[in-house]
Structure formats: structure tokens, C-alpha cells
Design a protein around this ligand. Sequence first.
Ligand code: SAH
Length: 238
Amino acid sequence: MLERTRIVLVNTSHPGNIGSAARAMKTMGLSELYLVAPLEFPHPKALEMASGADDIVNQAIIVETLDEAIHDCSLVIGTSARSRTIPWPLVAPREAAAKIKQEAANAQTAIVFGREQSGLSNEELQRCHLHVQIPANPEYSSLNLSAAVQVIAYELRVASLDESSLPQEEWDYRLATADEMEKFFNHLQEVMIEIDFLKMNAPRKLMTRLRRLFLRTRPDVMEMNILRGLLSAVQEKK
Ligand code: SAH
């Protein structure tokens, strides 16, 4: 499971945090690090803080957008200390690790971490299936980025060592990836605009709510094909 669990850091400002996160990962047996538009990277501070985990820093994959970092993942978990106006399915780190364990046996998964100053935007969290919150002191709940990576990575490690795991769920088709979900959401939005169900100036958080609905149901590729076919049929009827 650990080799199929990617750590994604979004827009990190301090290269030292990237190095510390790499060290946190390596101590727990994780190795795949994606950096979404880091502010300063490569940087000697990253290697300095990584200590012996410079291999992880050097192999880190740099991408421009969160979508690129998670495109092939069928389970994406976002980390944030803050709760949001439209709540997202919330889990504790242990539960998140159990879900990853169940999924990562045959699919790619990712855990996404936000910026030091402002965390993850709503839009970024809405790319995720689940929101994981580390149950910290409610009066001071924001951990340093690499400390948050360490806590989550530790739970993943403990889950990976646990032999009493849940049986693998049997399913006929694989679950849709983040990329397939995004294509579906774009198509859905396009159709809703075409039939005047979604008015661009009064969206009533409609897309957010629909995203939450479909991310919660976790469609497989066959279900996704049916939904895409249905949308195309609506477009042809117009
Ligand atoms: N001020 C920011 C916090 C940034 S901390 C905010 O308001 O969101 C940097 C990152 O560490 C966060 O984006 C998140 O990925 C992780 N993090 C810090 N504390 C956390 C917590 N209690 N639960 C989950 N993730 C946390």
C-alpha cells in the first residue's frame, strides 16, 4: 500500500518544509512525492532538512496543477485543520489510513497537503473524496506542514503493519480516476448550462454540491460511461 500512496504538497513556500516532509515520508516507508508549483525548488535548504531522505527530494515530481498531481488516483484525501462552509466527508487520520489501505492494494491513492500560510483552497479540497483533520488542540490546530505529513505518514505505516485488515472489496470495474471525474464534471456543467439549469451568475453552489454527491458515490468506469452517455444524449436532443 505504501508504494501506491502519493504525498502531494501544494504551493509550498519554504523549501525546508519540502525536505522535512521527505524525511517524514522516508521514515515511514513512503517514497512518492509530488510538488505542485513549489515557490522555491530545487533549493539547498530542502536537501539540508531532508537529511538522509535526499533521494525522495531528488525524485520529487514537479507539476503545475493539483489536477496533474492526482490525475491517475482513484482515492484522493485532502488534509486541512479548518472545516468548511459546505462540509466535506470528514475522517480522522486513522480512518483515512484504513481507507487507503483498502484501496491502495490495486489503485493509486494520494494525500494532499496545503500551503503554509493559507492551507488548501475550497476548490482544491473539492477535488478530494475525503477531508482528513488531525484532531489537534481546537485553540491552536494548525500543525507545521511537515509535522502534518509525519502524523499522516505514521498512521499509514501503522495501517500497513496491521495484519487484521478488512477483506478487499470485490468489484467488476475499477473506480474512476480523478482525471475521469473532472472530465465528467466538466461535461455535466456544460450540459447544465446548455439546458439553462445552471445559470453562470447564480450557481447556488450547485457544482460544489454535485461534486460532493458524485465523489461520495465513487462511480466506477462503467457507471461513468453510462453517465457520460446520458449527458451526450441530452446534448443530441437539443
Ligand atoms: N493556515 C493554514 C494552515 C496551513 S498548515 C490554514 O488555515 O489552513 C499547512 C498544511 O498542513 C495544511 O494545509 C494541511 O495540509 C496540514 N495541516 C496542518 N494542521 C493540520 C490539521 N490539524 N489537520 C490536517 N491537516 C493539517
